[in-house]
Write a protein of this length. Structure first.
Length: 753
């Protein structure tokens, strides 16, 4: 059944859920749409049971085994699952007395750790680093200055290297500047779990907070460990305190206490931390006790190092090595006696330390000079200063080191290996040449944000290029082709603030683009209030898709409440973002006078609104709220309902778009305005058409953009909208027969004429 109609985007309309309103009751107690039922079962494992799973979940379990009173954080790869699981396990955690807080940003999460300044409560916070640590740094400085009596652990997703999604900097700098202990555990589940427990003890012994950096590979490494019973915290939701402790000015990070706190850091806390790390053997000496040369490695890089040493036949798959290796599971502070003991009597030591600057290497150099240890020190002279230390990178560095000191290993085998890699890489490059286009990451199929950038692209044809202040979130995909929109990214929720210096200098108003996640994370305060305070002439475009989608579609304060009542599929298919007006009410409440809400899929309307913002005589802040539910989340919501309805043999209608290949001329302007992965090309069946024609594949979710763009950009009329009806009614069948009859009639006439 086909209908050549375009106007109604599939993802619009009403939703029968309750609207909690601004600051109203929380959505289903923080319910997140992805289910972690299986993972929650793992958290319940008792003494002796075997835990099998990934590293970051092992950390979640270890926190409960360590008896934490509270967990907070802000989601972000690669540690999102820790908070996601804790939030979904709230009921179980409440039984234990553990409080969970999905914080509005990392700053709030770090401030939450302040609970352990006065009270002997263990607490944990988690976020993505380096960006999250940047946001949290003010609270972290204050926390570290005051010091803690309850153990505090910050689990950092060290998003560094291949696959990272943020600026490449090291969390290590924060440990140094604020005097916070830093663990970098060997990616091995029993080690990680043990170190979580030790981290709390270290924190309580030294009064220092402890950070644990977990790289992508450590978070997602799979393994097993013997579980222990979860510990009910002594102070908890179920065992409450009866009041604050006696007033103690030293607990405040405020002068004059801060001067004493600085001395405490150097004279008391740091020595206590070093002693603990040494006494508890947090760092591991692996391999032979003696040797001509030795390797010092960050714990998190140990597995890669072993893989590299295997190529030299200097290690086996079980991690046994023929070279002495010092594995630094605690990378800050270092224990000078451990370093001198390891290096003494060796000709040379290679420090394997990822990222820049080489903090560890520099500290080791100081320790060796002060201890008058004569071992030659190498590190960044043989290994690259920047970038991930992959097996190949390590191999190349080790090759130079081992050749220089003639320290054994199958050098010839590794040289061959490196040659082969280079050969293969060269062959691949030669074969591929320009044949394959690069494939930049892009929005999901049917994403509500894509139509807005199509509109923005079209509007720029009228106004010329406009300065776009970009932000963090899914909308950053618009920086890639086919849109290539965005002139700067200054951080999460920072776009409007980042356009403040550009705005007064531009003939055409710049546009700051921000997601609703960024809006609540930082954008409201840093951008909106600052702009209002200065009465700036500015444009803010907020994507209201209902979630912090880029971090895994977690809820925000403006996520519409889910209905607990069963809904029919037709209702569920509609977007539900517009049932929540928290963003609009907040902006109006702050005094924003120019505010428009548009449906993202209505490209012409979005264009009209953008034009209005760019040309308005109003000189204050102009905000466009572009609403359309995150397609990923919508699909998650709709598909199970649809499957159940199909089982009940109910009538289901799905929308798909297609391209009439007889009409398509193959100029692909639709693709240049969309970039939807479902809108692709295929060879035309018409031998007279040389260029491939546009084609919509089966991934299309019928978002409506294809039709909308065809209209808004006055493209060719090749697109059609099809409604696929499953379990049709008698009326559907009748209509289908009439339509097919009419089409056959017209086709016959066309052939005759
Ligand atoms: S996750 Fe949602 S908002 Fe992000 S690209 Fe996908 S559909 Fe768009
Ligand atoms: S092919 Fe077109 S209608 Fe289908 S999902 Fe992609 S943009 Fe939407």
């Amino acid at each position: 059944m086909q209908a050549r109609t375009f106007p109604v985007p599939a993802a619009e309309g009403g939703w029968p859920g309750r609207n909690p309103g601004s600051g109203g009751e929380r959505h289903n107690g923080g319910f997140m749409e992805v289910s972690f039922r299986r993972e929650i079962e793992l958290l319940r494992l008792g003494d002796g049971a075997e835990f099998r799973g990934e590293g970051i979940l092992a950390v979640a379990k270890a926190l409960l085994q360590a008896g934490v009173s509270y967990i907070g954080g802000y989601q972000g790869a690669p540690v999102s699952h820790l908070l996601d699981v804790a939030v979904q396990a709230r009921d179980y955690l409440a039984e234990l007395g553990v409080h969970v807080e999905a914080c509005a940003n990392e700053s709030a999460a770090a401030a939450m750790l302040g609970a352990s300044i006065n009270y002997p409560m263990r607490g944990a916070a988690t976020w993505k680093s380096i960006v999250g640590t940047n946001v949290a740094s003010d609270a972290l400085s204050n926390l570290a200055s005051a010091g803690v009596v309850g153990g505090t652990l910050i689990v950092l997703g060290e998003d560094y290297g291949e696959g990272a999604s943020v600026i490449q900097e090291r969390s290590h700098a924060y440990a140094l500047k604020s005097s916070i202990c830093l663990f970098d555990p060997r990616p091995n589940l029993p080690t990680i779990v043990d170190l979580v427990e030790q981290a709390f003890e270290l924190s309580e012994t030294s009064n220092m907070p402890v950070m644990m950096e977990l790289r992508i590979r450590a978070c997602h490494v799979h393994g097993r460990f013997r579980a222990k019973d979860n510990r009910r915290p002594l102070i908890s939701r179920n065992a409450r305190l009866h009041g604050p402790p006696e007033f103690n000015y030293d607990r405040l990070s405020h002068p004059p206490a801060t001067f004493r706190q600085e001395k405490l850091k150097a004279d008391v806390r740091m020595p206590a931390a070093r002693k603990f790390i040494g006494d508890r053997n947090i760092n591991e000496f692996i391999g032979p006790v003696r040797g001509e040369v030795g390797l010092v490695v960050q714990g998190g890089l140990f597995n890669t190092l072993i893989r590299a040493l295997q190529q030299f036949e200097l290690a086996d798959i079980g991690g046994r090595t023929k070279l002495p290796v010092l594995v630094l599971n605690a990378v800050y502070p270092l224990v000078p006696e451990q370093i001198t003991r390891f290096c003494a009597g060796k000709r040379a030591v290679l420090v394997v330390e990822e990222g820049q600057p080489e903090f560890i290497e520099q500290e080791i150099a100081t320790i060796l000079r002060r201890g008058d240890v004569q071992a030659a020190l190498h590190g960044k002279d043989f290994l690259p200063m920047a970038g991930e230390y992959t097996v190949e990178t390590m191999l190349r560095g080790l090759l130079v080191f081992l050749k220089r000191y003639g320290s054994g290993g199958n050098i010839a085998a590794v040289e061959n290996w490196v040659r082969e890699i280079e050969q293969r890489r060269g062959d691949a490059q030669h074969l591929l040449g320009d044949l394959l286009p690069t494939r930049p990451p892009t929005f999901c199929v049917g994403c509500p944000e894509r139509p807005v950038f199509a509109a923005l692209k079209l509007v720029q044809q009228e106004f010329g290029p406009v300065h776009i202040a970009g932000d963090i979130g899914c909308h950053a995909f618009a920086t890639f082709e086919p849109f290539s929109l965005g002139n700067s990214i200054l951080g999460y929720g920072m776009s409007l603030a980042s356009s403040a210096g550009v705005r007064p200098m531009m003939a055409t108003r710049p546009i700051a683009v921000m997601g609703d996640g960024g809006f609540w994370h930082n954008g409201l305060l840093s951008g909106v209030t600052s702009t209002l305070l200065n009465r700036d002439d500015a444009i803010l475009l907020v994507f209201k898709n209902g979630y912090t989608s880029a971090t895994g579609t977690q809820e925000i304060i403006s996520t519409p409440l889910q209905t607990e009542q069963p809904v029919d599929v037709a209702q569920a298919q509609r977007s539900r973002t517009h049932t929540d007006r928290t963003i609009e009410r907040t902006l109006t409440g702050l005094g924003v006078k120019w505010l428009r809400t548009v449906h993202t899929y209505r490209v012409s309307e979005v264009m009209k609104t953008l034009r209005a913002a760019l040309t308005s005589s109003y000189s204050g802040l102009k905000v466009i709220v572009a609403e359309g539910e995150c397609q990923l989340e919508r699909e998650r919501r709709v598909r199970p309902l649809m499957a159940r309805a199909l089982q009940r043999r109910e009538r289901i209608v799905r929308t798909r778009f297609g391209v009439d290949e007889d009409v398509c001329t193959g100029d692909h302007s639709c693709i240049r305005l969309s970039g939807c992965p479902s809108l692709t090309v295929k060879t035309s069946s018409d031998p007279l058409k040389i260029d491939p024609v546009a084609s919509v594949n089966h991934g299309c979710v019928g978002c409506g953009l294809c039709g909308e763009v065809a209209h808004a950009a006055t493209l060719c009329p090749s697109f059609y909208r099809a409604e696929i009806v499953q379990h049709p009614t008698g009326w559907d069948r009748f209509l289908d027969r009439v339509r097919m009859g009419a089409i056959r009639l017209m086709q016959r006439r066309a052939v005759i004429s």
